[in-house]
Write a protein that binds this ligand. Structure first.
Ligand code: NAP
Length: 473
């Protein structure tokens, strides 16, 4: 029986285990570097953490959740769901916790991957699946002095719950998807809050609210509606469309309604077309910023000193606590694992100008390596779980074909991968993401994170397995 090793234990990994077990695979093991499963939902415990994708859509199609308590679920509820599904799918039984994979090397003679862990031990599997997400490595800004700060400081993805913010001066660096969720909570506790914003965001109102108990079993009926709205929303991420204009008008009206001070409103108005950076959803961020004890600083942070931050104009901003909501290292896909393929080639070298993979899943030169949530499969709208499911089904199809054909190895051809990459990059040229810098783009300019357009065409492409695109050995 084919042995399969999966790196990670978040939603991507669970989707893969579900599909492969349905197909009759049983020799599956998972390696998780942390001491619990859960991926980003385990790591991100900041106050207010939740999902801005409606909960009826933010679950597996094959495991509908009739327990959601509200339309936009908070982190604890999502994590409870994830744990429940993981147990039911046999993930919990198969996962090896505290096992950080640092390297993986392909052996042509045995058609297998040898995986090396942080403690130098190794394991060998026939097929290696990476499911480490795109947002697993917190990023601090490259400003000097971070370590010299005399007060408390942490990244939003490593929230230090032992630090009491009550009555303290809190500096929040970065105003993105996470910050709009925790800033309202921080402003409730802190005596003074300074927000350091490099770029403003478009914020849309969130049609949130609790679900009545009697309604919860019916919540799944909302799924098709939210899915089609998500598809439409994603199409608005193509530049200049009518949907984009409507989204922009709604966002600017939301700002106007919630922020009375014209100067603050101006500072919170983005200077790029909508969709270029991730569109955010919040009903309480603007009111939180529009308070006397909160100030918004748009000058860049130049350095951190013992008792605060200094901006480029020389102003010193005193602080007792600094929270860095500065996102994740997104461009070095899989860089924390040294992956060596056929003939000693390194994945990091192959991707030095930005990651690219056929269907986001297969890299030429790396047989039997399947990537979940790989390059160009992230979304600007809709649910990533839909994409993870589509990839998992595709992986199942690939392994089915290997089994029925008696093949030991499968590898995408360089031609098929290059053709896919050309098509995706061509589509991306007319996307909103081409008009500004964001975590979706590699420094080379390539948009490496996102899939262009709606999710349905992607699911269709990965469903129609094209055997000629691969070498079957
Ligand atoms: P983010 O959205 O990438 O925001 C990072 C913030 O830090 C931005 O304001 C960014 O400014 C700023 N920043 C980054 N580097 C900086 C630097 N060197 N100096 C100053 N400012 C800097 O990060 P995040 O809030 O952690 O969210 C990351 C992703 O996680 C999201 O895009 C989303 O995909 C996911 N997420 C999802 C949800 C959800 O509800 N589904 C919630 C939270 C997070 P610029 O805008 O100028 O780059």
């Amino acid at each position: 029986m084919t042995s399969i090793g999966i790196i990670g234990s978040g939603f991507g990994a669970i989707a893969v285990v579900h599909e492969l077990r349905e197909a009759g695979h049983d020799d599956i093991r998972l390696w998780e570097r942390a001491d619990d499963i859960g991926g980003v939902w385990r790591d991100n415990s900041y106050p207010g953490a939740g999902c801005d994708v409606p909960s009826p859509l933010y679950c597996f199609s094959w495991a509908p959740n009739t327990h959601w308590s509200r339309r936009y679920a908070l982190r604890d509820e999502i994590l409870t769901y994830l744990h429940r599904v993981a147990a039911a799918e046999g993930v919990t039984d198969r996962v090896q916790l505290g096992r950080e994979v640092v390297a993986a090397a392909w052996d042509d003679d045995t058609s297998s991957w040898t995986v090396t862990f942080a403690d130098d031990s190794t394991q060998t599997v026939d097929v290696l699946v990476t499911a480490v997400g795109q947002l697993s490595r917190p990023q601090l800004p490259p400003v000097p002095g971070i370590e010299d700060f005399g007060g408390d400081w942490f990244h939003s993805a490593e929230w230090d719950h032992d630090v009491d913010l009550h009555g303290r001066r809190v500096a929040c660096v970065g105003v993105g998807a996470s910050a709009v969720q925790y800033v309202p909570h921080v402003t409730e506790q802190a005596s003074q809050v300074t927000l350091f914003q490099r770029s403003a965001n478009y914020l849309l109102p969130k049609p949130d609210g609790p679900f009545a108990r009697w309604y919860r079993p019916l919540v799944t009926a909302e799924r098709p509606l939210w899915w089609s709205l998500g598809e439409r929303f994603s199409l608005g991420l193509e530049s200049g469309t009518r949907t984009a204009r409507v989204e922009q008008a709604v966002a600017l009206r939301h700002l106007e309604r919630q922020v009375s001070d014209p100067a603050l409103r101006q500072a919170l108005t983005p200077d790029y077309p909508i969709g270029c950076k991730r569109i955010l959803f919040s009903n309480d961020f603007y009111p939180a910023v529009d308070q006397p004890h909160v100030s918004l600083v748009t000058d860049r942070v130049a350095r951190v000193v013992e008792d605060g931050l200094v901006t480029q104009d020389g102003t010193h901003h005193p602080a007792d606590v600094v929270v860095y909501g500065t996102g994740f290292e997104t461009q070095d896909f899989l860089a924390s694992i040294e992956i060596t393929g056929r003939g000693g080639r390194k994945l990091a070298t192959q991707w030095s100008d930005g990651a690219h993979a056929h269907l986001g899943v297969h890299a030429p030169g790396f047989p039997n390596l399947l990537i979940s949530y790989g390059p160009n499969t992230n979304l600007g709208g809709g649910s990533i779980i839909y994409m993870l499911e589509a990839q998992a089904r595709h992986m199942r199809d690939v392994l089915d074909r290997m089994r029925t054909g008696g093949y030991d190895a499968v590898e995408v051809t360089p031609e098929a991968e290059a053709q896919w990459d050309r098509e995706v990059q061509h589509e991306l040229e007319s996307s909103a993401w081409a008009h500004c810098d964001s975590w979706y783009r590699h420094p080379s300019g390539r948009i490496t994170s996102n899939w262009p357009g709606a999710t349905h065409p992607y699911a269709k492409r990965v469903r129609d397995l094209e055997p000629a695109d691969f070498a079957w050995t």
